[in-house]
Design a protein around this ligand. Structure first.
Ligand code: DGY
Length: 323
């Protein structure tokens, strides 16, 4: 038996788990649903490594309950489920899974944009409800994508990948970012302030992490600043958008439509008012869900935990100041 015990909070591909099991005494949570917080809290007292998902809240209390915890590895690029400051204060490195999901997530953001703009889910419903009786000049008319203006909020890996897709559609790309203007122009975009981006864009796509600064970044005033024909796309984190304000804006025609891969809360309640709207397409947080990408994310999460057990720098670490 290894000196290191590792808990993985969900089933990962068997080959990936087998690789991990060569380095530790491995326990995997078998249920479809995440382990309750109390379960992780109890297990952590014995753990050297924890592989978790964005559905697991990993806070200071939990870290304090794990005196031998050497590494936390999140199978996601986002890490707002983890108190990273608390981990750093306790000398625990935290791993994430960037890069491998960039293109897959950008594909999905663009797919959402197109589906909502061209009203594909509504058109499917129209047929299923037996409403297709003839070709009609105005039925289910949507918005053009080619040549339109795309506003990208946040210009990290995924925001940039989205701008590459936009160039194939001859779109004008406006970017709200802290990155230098030269980097944005090099990527074919124009750096603008958020208020200008909201005013000018036909499509607004969100690519910022969820932090105290970005919580409800898009709320009533920001929605009111957008064009009445604008479409909002969110593949970042649900908390970046105020859901009550979005519901009212969509209901009252303040903006045209929204495509959301992420919601606040997750999962969205079946009776959430957003789900009553034809102009809101809600997906169950699947932007990175291609078979190949999810496999690579699992591999990276395992690479990070193995490095942490060995006391080596994690290949992808969100708090590299911890040594
Ligand atoms: C992430 O990795 O943060 C996504 O939200 C899920 O792939």
């Amino acid at each position: 038996m290894s000196e290191h015990k590792v808990f993985v909070t969900r089933q990962l591909p068997p080959a990936t788990l087998e690789r991990l099991s060569a380095h530790c005494d491995l326990e995997v949570w078998e249920d479809f649903m995440p382990p309750p917080y109390e379960v992780i809290l109890e297990k952590v007292s014995q753990l050297s490594g924890l592989v978790c998902l964005l559905t697991d809240r990993i806070d200071a209390r939990l870290m304090d309950a794990g005196p031998s915890l050497k590494v936390i590895s999140n199978m996601a690029v986002g890490f707002d489920n983890i108190d990273v400051a608390a981990a750093s204060a306790r000398g625990i490195p935290v791993g994430n899974t960037p890069d491998v999901l960039t293109e897959t997530t950008a594909d999905f953001a663009f797919a959402l944009l197109m589906a909502v703009a061209r009203r594909i889910p509504e058109a499917k419903q129209y047929i299923h409800e037996g409403k297709w009786r003839t070709w009609h000049p105005t039925v289910l008319s949507g918005q053009d994508i080619y040549g339109a203006t795309l506003g990208i909020v946040g210009f990290g890996r995924i925001g940039r990948a989205l701008s590459r897709r936009a160039s194939g559609f001859n779109m004008r790309v406006l970017v709200d970012t802290l990155e230098p203007e030269a980097e944005v122009s090099e990527a074919g975009g124009e750096k603008v302030r958020l208020d200008e981006l909201l005013r000018e864009s036909d499509y607004v796509s969100l690519h910022v992490p969820l932090t105290e600064d970005t919580k409800h970044l898009i709320s009533k005033d920001e929605l009111a600043a957008m064009k009445p024909t604008a479409v909002l796309v969110n593949t970042a984190r649900g908390g970046v958008v105020d859901p009550a304000a979005l519901y009212e804006a969509l209901r009252d025609g303040v903006i045209l439509a929204a495509g959301l891969d992420v919601t606040e809360p997750e999962p969205i309640a079946p009776d959430d008012p957003l789900l009553t709207l034809d102009n809101c397409l809600v997906m169950p947080h699947i932007a990175s869900a291609s078979v190949a990408t999810r496999r690579k994310m699992a591999e990276m999460a395992v690479d990070n935990v193995i490095a942490g057990l060995r006391g080596e720098p994690l290949p992808t670490c969100v708090n590299p100041e911890v040594r």
